[in-house]
Design a protein around this ligand. Structure first.
Ligand code: GRF
Length: 202
């Protein structure tokens, strides 16, 4: 069965774009069935529409409470028979019920080597700390922020002549290569979580 992917994105959507482009060039037994954004005017939604992908957009504010917002998302994921949720710059915490129902089927990309530099300003925080190596992490999502089982990591070296801007560019270009590869591994059923660690199945 082809895997049905939902991408959640709040902003620019360059990781969404990288995935769209990868799927255009590689048959990895999957398709992006929907893109969801909590931000109606987001560039991510525009990218999805341009590629003829079904989009949904609503915010917690429209649902009165976070609980009913999460319930709406969960029923949408079931309705669309989603196998994998790919968070790509989704700026809200995924609700506990969704995490539970989709355990080890929601992945996130974080612009640092977790567990270092969790949170919204990971690139800046790593740069300001003066670390020499930072990077990108893809992980399964659990109930805590930037915390679930780590699937893959790629290092990015910080040189003396780097600025936050050049570091951001380096991180994003690594993200755009790593994320589609992880999606591919998932879609081929290669990711196993054993004792809180991710192992690659043959
Ligand atoms: C990426 O840096 C990702 O690591 C973080 O949010 C950013 C999203 O960028 N979670 P984009 O919207 O995919 O361009």
């Amino acid at each position: 069965m082809r895997k049905r992917i939902a991408v959640f994105a709040s902003g620019n959507g360059t990781n969404l774009q990288a995935l769209i482009d990868y799927l255009d060039g590689h048959d990895i037994n999957s398709e992006i069935a929907m893109v969801f954004s909590d931000k109606q005017g987001s560039k991510a939604l525009k990218r999805a529409k341009k590629h003829g992908i079904k989009t949904y957009s609503f915010s917690p504010g429209e649902y009165g409470s976070r609980k009913s917002y999460d319930e709406k998302i969960l029923s949408l994921l079931k309705e669309e028979k989603i196998d994998l949720v790919v968070l790509a710059g989704y700026m809200l915490i995924v609700g506990k019920d969704i995490v539970e129902e989709f355990r080890n089927r929601v992945i996130n990309i974080h612009p640092a080597l977790l567990p270092c530099f969790k949170g919204m300003h990971a690139i800046e925080d790593a740069f300001n700390k003066g670390v020499k190596i930072t990077g990108v992490t893809v992980h399964f999502v659990d109930e805590d922020m930037d915390n679930g089982p780590i699937i893959a990591q790629s290092p990015v070296f910080i040189d003396d002549h780097d600025s936050i801007e050049t570091l951001e560019e380096k991180i994003h270009s690594v993200e755009h290569k790593l994320y589609p590869k992880v999606v591919e591994l998932f879609c081929y059923g290669r990711l196993r979580v054993v004792g809180g660690k991710v192992r690659l199945a043959d």
